[in-house]
Design a protein around this ligand. Sequence first.
Ligand code: ADP
Ligand code: MG
Length: 341
Amino acid sequence: MSEGCVRVAVRIRPLLPKEVLHRHRVCVRVVPGTGQVMVGEDRLFYFDNAFGPSVSQDEVYESCVHRLVERLVDGENATVFCYGQTGSGKTYTLGGRSQDEEGGIIDRAAQDLFIYLAEKTKESDVVDVTVKVSYIEVYKEELRDLLQLQTTHKELLIREDERGNTVVVGAKEVVITSAEELLSIVEMGNALRHTSTTGMNERSSRSHTILTLQVVLSCHNSKNSSFKSVHSSKLCLVDLAGSERAGKTGNTGTQLKESAHINTGLFALGNVIRALSDQSRNRHSNNSGSAHVPYRDAKITRLLRDSLGGSAHTLMVACVSPSHHFVAETLGVLQFASTAR
Ligand code: ADP
Ligand code: MG
């Protein structure tokens, strides 16, 4: 199995109609033909991919997510997460809403997955293929099952099985057989995500969600056909809490506590990603000293442990607004994203 890696893409959304109306100026641009992003006249940042406001959902998917779906079918784990301030396009980029004609990463990944699996089952040694979905929210360092209405307050426990796979004990897994089924499940989960709160953007800016697609392939054992071998791999699609929560001070009471919890998650994820990219740099320079990867620091990093680092492939999509109005937050996000490479 090949070594995984961390790739970072930036996506700049278009100005929204109301921003145009209020005469926001565009001050974040892609340097054409490069992975570079320029803020103002002189701040340059480097990434693996940089997508400007006219880049379609399809181009984003094809240039950095497509290959992860191919690897998933070949038995490798991968994670895609969207990072950025509230309103920067994280949820738009991930997609998963059936009323959305263009469709985002979730829609396209699901469609491709079932096409590849149909091809895979034609291989002579494949006996059976199962795709399972789980959908979990992390809010204030607590897990909530978005696929299980009655037991949302039941405790979910993160454990590691004997093969080193992360499992969430008590989480519902739904077997799906088509991309359409996945979309309706995601929609149900999203509805549940919003039931307990007044404003939906309020909560989604404060919680992380993890949609996991697990592929289980049973194959005939090549040496003894009466034995089956089972391969399992997964793709985690993660919508992170708004980055503006990461460093805010001046909040009081519950808000303070809440933003400390959100801090924990984003901060820990930043540390894990940085440790992983140090590791991969060391590998390339033949320096075998492997840095400690602090997975245990937060729920989100514990959940993603088997899908970040090791042989897993990681893609961060940093989402930003082009508006001069948010330039301070945008610089923070680009800084965070460029140190992850
Ligand atoms: P977030 O999830 O980061 O809070 P959203 O995905 O909800 O942000 O996006 C905020 C708004 O911007 C939504 O109205 C969304 O439709 C719009 N938007 C985001 N990215 C794009 C894009 N690339 N093209 C067109 N509209 C976008
Ligand atoms: Mg969102």
